[in-house]
Design a protein around this ligand. Structure first.
Ligand code: ADP
Length: 443
């Protein structure tokens, strides 16, 4: 109340002055002069207020801070001040909202999924760049158009039209093998959100996983069938009262071979899975690569039982690496070299520092060799050039996949050169940073 009186103060003061002046003029010059003065005074007051109202109306038409009206009247200057204050706060909020909206748009644009916001009738409100690419939407000029105008795949179109969006739609937009997972979410009564996620890589991984499980099952089933067959024979023989052991040495030998095959398959699977999950716990260590290579070559030579000439040529080299992994990779290369080289052949292992400082481990054989079209696929799990030869020689189909992972784990490279009928050269090239020199060691 007090504040209101204070604001009205100047106007009231002017009115009181006017009334007093009118009364004085009444006494001095007669009532008609007094009434005249009162009317003129009131008219001037109304004119002043009209002037301020007009200025306010003019300003409200273009309410910018720089052309804000000013007033000498306390009441009007207070009105202008408050309007200005609200205007400033509004401007600040608008700017903040615009910044926020801009940020959200940039975030949505950066999301790898395609995002389209439509009205209830599927008219496009907004979409990000990825959605524009996926659906061929031309950008802002297409906002407002019907989404279905951009859906050329009849199956996807009928999915949209059916309006049942419990599960996403797997869409293959072209013949390139690309897969998009399209889902529709009703945001509220007025808006619909269409999301399209590129799942090509995920589908590829799923297919790989499915293949892998199928391959493992197949690999394990064969030896198990053999084992079960012989065990059935043994049980039948025992039931028929055959006192002589039905399990002849030949059968037991075969069963042992199949059991070993399963064992090596499971052991390779375990190594591979450890490499893939990175759960090999031992840290990197510095060790003599030349000594390791010589030791593994010695073991392989013993295993070959004199059927092959296995040699090792090395200069002393120290490296910093995951020793168990390197040993496993080298052993796989050497085992393969012996297995894919007919009896009487040669297998030569060597390690050296190349002129550019990298460390090369080379396993060379003069065996059956590999046709060029197979070389890029050799490190795939279970990929074999000749399935029966691999199995007959105890191969699991995982050896080179293990080598590939070891190589990746060391930032190294695997190179394969081969010629059918002449032999193969497998090399692992470790980066120069893995070479430990005498000075490194002293430090
Ligand atoms: P496997 O257990 O079958 O040997 P790997 O992954 O070790 O599996 O090798 C994949 C395939 O690569 C083998 O089946 C074989 O066909 C080919 N291969 C590997 N090393 C050699 C080699 N030194 N000479 C010829 N072929 C080889």
């Amino acid at each position: 109340m007090l504040k209101r009186l204070r604001l009205m103060g100047s106007s009231l003061f002017r009115l009181v002055l006017l009334v007093c002046a009118a009364l004085a003029v009444c006494g001095l010059a007669g009532p008609e002069w007094g009434v005249g003065l009162l009317v003129v005074g009131l008219f001037a007051e109304i004119l002043m207020h009209l002037n301020y109202i007009a200025r306010l109306a003019q300003w409200l038409e273009n309410p910018r801070l720089e052309n804000a009206p000013s007033a000498r009247s306390i009441l009007w200057s207070e009105i202008f001040y408050r309007l200005m204050k609200n205007r400033k706060a509004l401007d600040k909020n608008t700017e903040r909202l615009a910044q926020r909206e801009d940020r959200y748009r940039r975030i949505l644009a950066a999301i790898p999924e395609g995002i389209i916001l439509t009205k209830k009738d599927w008219a496009i409100n907004w979409c990000n760049g990825n959605a524009a690419k996926m659906f061929g939407i031309g950008g802002e000029e297409d906002f407002g158009r019907h989404l279905f105008a951009f859906v050329h795949d009849p199956n996807l179109l009928s999915w949209f039209k059916a309006g049942v969006f419990d599960a996403p739609y797997l869409w293959e937009p072209d013949a390139s093998g690309r897969m998009l997972r399209v889902s529709v979410i009703a945001v509220d009564k007025k808006s619909i959100l269409v999301l399209a996620r590129d799942t090509t890589e995920q589908e590829r991984l799923d297919a790989m996983r499915r293949d892998f499980v199928a391959n493992v099952s197949h690999e394990l089933r064969t030896p198990l069938t053999v084992l079960r067959g012989f065990l059935d024979m043994a049980v039948d023989g025992a039931e028929q009262g055959g006192d002589k052991a039905v399990l002849q040495t030949q059968h037991i030998t075969l069963m042992r071979a199949q059991a070993r095959r399963m064992e090596s398959l499971l052991s390779d699977l375990l190594i591979l899975s450890r490499l893939e999950t990175g759960s090999s716990t031992k840290p990197k260590e510095t060790f003599s690569l030349s000594e390791m290579l010589a030791a593994v070559t010695g073991e392989i030579s013993l295993m070959a039982k004199g059927t092959h000439t296995v040699t090792c040529r090395t200069a002393p080299i120290l490296i910093s690496a995951y020793a168990d992994e390197v040993r496993s990779a080298v052993a796989n290369l050497l085992t393969n070299a012996v297995r894919y080289t007919p009896a009487g052949g040669r297998v030569d292992a060597s390690c050296s520092i190349t002129p550019d400082g990298t460390v090369a481990v080379v396993v060379r054989d003069n065996g059956i060799g590999i046709a060029p079209e197979h070389i890029p696929r050799l490190t795939e799990r279970f990929y074999r050039v000749d399935k029966s030869r691999s199995r007959d020689t105890g191969g699991t189909g995982l050896g080179l996949a293990i080598v590939k992972h070891v190589v990746l784990h060391h930032n190294a490279r695997l190179t394969i050169e081969s010629e059918v009928g002449k032999g193969s050269v497998f090399s692992i090239i470790f980066p120069s940073s893995s070479h430990v020199t005498a000075t490194d060691e002293a430090a």
